[in-house]
Design a protein around this ligand. Structure first.
Ligand code: NAP
Length: 308
């Protein structure tokens, strides 16, 4: 299938390929798993809560008969949990794709820290994924060009990034924590591409944003997506600029699978907030090499993970 003719409803066969998805029990992560499994891939659905994971796995197997899936506990805000999951996946023969999707999308009103003493939004959305991806380079390389995909956001155009204070010790607000975490995610995704190329590693790094994908416009699935009447109403009121999470997942799935998606590229929906996936233009701040280098050093030190 050529790049221009990509059809998210008819994906290339993924038989024999293995993918790990974080935050797989709900939202974009869940629907990405469905789409990958429907294309024949083996999918490792990871999440932080066993019951929520079990419900999501049951739903997926019901909706995609014959799907090849397993579940894995992985809390991206917890560096110990990352190490345990990375040890398990790292021992496998290959990993073709890693979808760094899990996210706190409604940050707490007041700044909170994790057991590792990191700010919770930064820890969940950024640091955990940086540590996980850095720990899984070997199985990605063994797949011969395995790919990691980072979940950015169109909100990155709305705020700069302060490399002196990635964990918002000063001036925390929920909105700022979220947007800053997404700028940081994009910075790391593009920096990972440069470093992997420089090191000559056969691993790719791609960044994707899913537009504006809401639960209220998404099919109801018990234990996975159970929107309130209010969110259905609001979602439909905003129909001109929103899409379902199922359609939002089209973007990261294309970023993972399309052979024409180059390492270092950025993908988003055609109409910015909705539509089929196509190459997009990333906010300038997230392409800034100096900010990226400072953030990279900070993450390596804070997570105690050094990418080879
Ligand atoms: N939806 C959009 O319009 C949009 C736009 C731009 C970017 N994004 C990005 O896309 C990603 C997914 O968003 P979404 O809309 O699908 O959100 P969502 O429906 O709220 O799902 C978030 C997922 O992340 C998981 N998660 C949260 N904290 C976690 C942790 N500490 N460890 C492991 N998993 C954790 C959640 O699990 P629990 O059920 O256990 O909480 C859930 O499975 C996020 O990174 C978000 O920033 C979304």
């Amino acid at each position: 299938m050529s790049a221009a003719r990509w059809n998210p409803r008819d994906l290339p066969d993924q038989g024999g390929r293995v993918f790990l998805v974080t935050g797989a029990n709900a939202g974009l992560g869940y629907f990405s798993c469905e789409q990958l499994a429907r294309a024949g891939a083996h999918v490792v659905m990871s999440g932080r809560h066993p019951n929520r994971l079990a419900a999501a796995r049951a739903a997926l197997v019901r909706r995609v008969p014959g799907a090849s899936v397993e579940t894995m506990l992985l809390d991206t805000s917890n560096l110990g949990s990352i190490r345990a999951a990375a040890a398990s996946i790292g021992a496998r023969e290959r990993l073709d794709g890693l979808l760094l999707n899990a996210g706190v999308v409604h940050p707490p009103a007041q700044r909170k820290v994790t057991a590792d003493r990191n700010e919770v939004v930064f820890a969940t959305n950024v640091l955990g994924h940086f540590a996980l991806a850095g720990s899984l380079l070997a199985p990605l390389a063994r797949a011969g060009g395995g790919r990691m995909v980072w979940l950015g956001s169109m909100a990155t155009s709305l705020w700069r990034f302060d490399p002196a204070d990635p964990q918002l010790v000063e001036g925390y607000t929920p909105w700022r924590a979220y947007v800053q975490s997404k700028v940081a995610t994009q910075l790391l995704g593009f920096e990972a591409d440069r470093r992997l190329r420089d090191a000559g590693m056969p691993v790719q790094s791609v960044v994707a944003h899913p537009g504006y994908s809401v639960s209220g416009r998404t099919v109801g699935i018990r234990g996975v997506n159970e929107p309130t009447l209010k969110s259905r109403f609001v979602g439909n009121l905003q129909a001109a600029v929103t899409q379902s999470k199922e359609h939002g997942a089209w973007v990261p799935v294309r970023a993972l699978l399309d052979p024409a998606a180059e390492s270092g590229s950025f993908w988003g929906p055609t109409l910015v907030s909705r539509g089929v996936p196509r190459p997009a233009v990333a906010a300038g701040v997230s392409r800034d090499r100096e900010r990226a280098a400072r953030l990279w050093d900070f993450c390596e030190e804070t997570a105690a993970i050094h990418w080879p």
